[in-house]
Write a protein that binds this ligand. Sequence first.
Ligand code: B12
Ligand code: SF4
Length: 521
Amino acid sequence: MSPVKKVLLINPPGKCFIRKIDGSIVERKHCQPPLGLAYLGSACLNAGYDVEILDILAEGYEFERLTEHYIVYGLETPMVIERIRQAAPDLIGVSILFSHVASECYRIIHEIRQAFPDIPIVVGGHHPSAMPDRVMANPDIDFAMIGECDETLPQLLEALNGRFDYASIRALYYRDGDRVLNTLSGVKPAVTGVDFNYYRLRDSPNPANVAKLAYPAWHLLKMPLYWTSDVRIGGGHVMRERCLPMVASRGCPHVCYFCTSPLMGGYKGYRQRTVADVCDEIRWLKHEYDIQEIQFLDDNFYISAPRVKDLLRALAADEFSDILFSVPAGAEANALDDEVIDLMARANFYKVFLALEAGDQGIQNLLIDKHVNLSRVPHLVQKLKAAGIEVRGYFMLGFPGETRAQMIHTAEFALSLDLDEIALSVVSPLPGTPLFDQCVKENLFVNDFDVNDIRYSVSHIKMADITPDELEDIRRGYWERHKARKLAEGPKRGDVHKVFTTVEEFSHTGFKTVPPRPSAV
Ligand code: B12
Ligand code: SF4
């Protein structure tokens, strides 16, 4: 075999679900630079390999394909094949970050396999990490890698060159003839579910010291695409054009029963970068990309109060005064005290997304590992707003066994707070979580459930006294009531990139395709 020199990393297309009942699109179009692939790119470059990244979604943002249930957007397959031919890689890596695009990834991988039967294909991301055995049942896939692969992907390249042993690569699934082998079989998980294992950090493939990682290789991506699409970074929520994501920590110390963080970041696998390292990366982003805004994609940015205060003090320095910051993942409400809020305001954190999840303290204490203290929330919202910070609340509707009355209670709780925005999400049984296990064990999946085609905006869980469509009506109804109230209050601050005023605008922005109304289907 000729030496392996070049890897091509692929970000798959996007896909949005169309609601059967009225033909409306219920998911957002996105265009976000893939931070994980940029990290993998720099890891492979530093190991001496040539790297290209093909972002099928960003480069083909304008190409839409209407299927029975979805609008898929991204480069068309012949274009992808041609790009691979030009790149001439020795290994192709496909990111399957989201379970809802797994079926689309398999379709593309199959086409690639047909066109390039000799190029090995590796997959990674949340979906393969949750179900590597089932992913490896696909004969088009040669390798599946679990967890954060900054250290293990370069090792795979070395192994393909005969300079490293497959058996020594942590959390690797590979083939030996007809057999699928994996390097986790002798490792004792911290938690074993029916359908998943959580590994301690020391047993996982994840980098233990995230301060030592090289900065993401953004130069491998066509950055202006992310700054100019209709629905830019953060789903349109960012304020400034030149925005990039970064992480100040990886993993989370909690183990919420619906969340995949313990699967990807490792069981209680919270790791911090040093404040100095984070600041150095921001200086570099300013210098290289003239960056105006940064989104921290940490799983749980605010969890450690002393550390977050140190970081916020550093970000409040004059040298960063021209940069805006936000953290789109839900902020742990209990971790936000008055001092953190004052420091956030000083450091230009203009918006906070409170992870409140449920308006019922019983559900909080039983299902949400963060145990949000709901009685504190109204004061917290007022304090944040008084500091000039916009407040968005994240809520979840449709836990197994949750009744219609409890969902309405949560939605009413959301309305009762003086929030600038509310996001009411449907509880999704993500593979690799205890919630998914519960649905398997108790036979709670709705009949058309397909784990490779998860729809995040429609419930997959059989509920006691409500149908998925009724749940969607509650979700939309409360969102619209809230939006109408906010519109009546007048405009928000002037430089917001996009303010969506209706459900239609929120979900249709960026789409060219208009799905047919159901009668015409
Ligand atoms: C940023 C983000 C987004 C961004 C886009 C992400 C992107 N393209 O990069 C936006 C805002 C668009 C987004 C949207 C959504 N997201 Co999101 N998102 C995240 C978030 C917060 C961070 C991802 C990240 O950058 N992490 C940091 C980098 C360093 O890690 P990483 O990306 O995981 O990459 C590492 C590994 O996965 C692995 N790896 C990744 N790719 C590959 C490829 C190969 C070949 C290999 C070997 C390894 C490998 O190595 C990487 C380096 O360590 C994660 C949560 C999380 N903390 O991971 C959720 C997460 C990925 N999102 C999730 C979901 C559900 C969604 C939405 C469906 C939400 C919704 N209801 O609409 C949408 C769908 C978007 C779409 N395309 O349609 C889920 C996915 C779970 C699942 N099994 O599907 C996650 C895990 C959050 C959660 N627990 O619920 N998201
Ligand atoms: S606190 Fe957030 S990131 Fe951590 S496990 Fe719970 S939901 Fe996941």
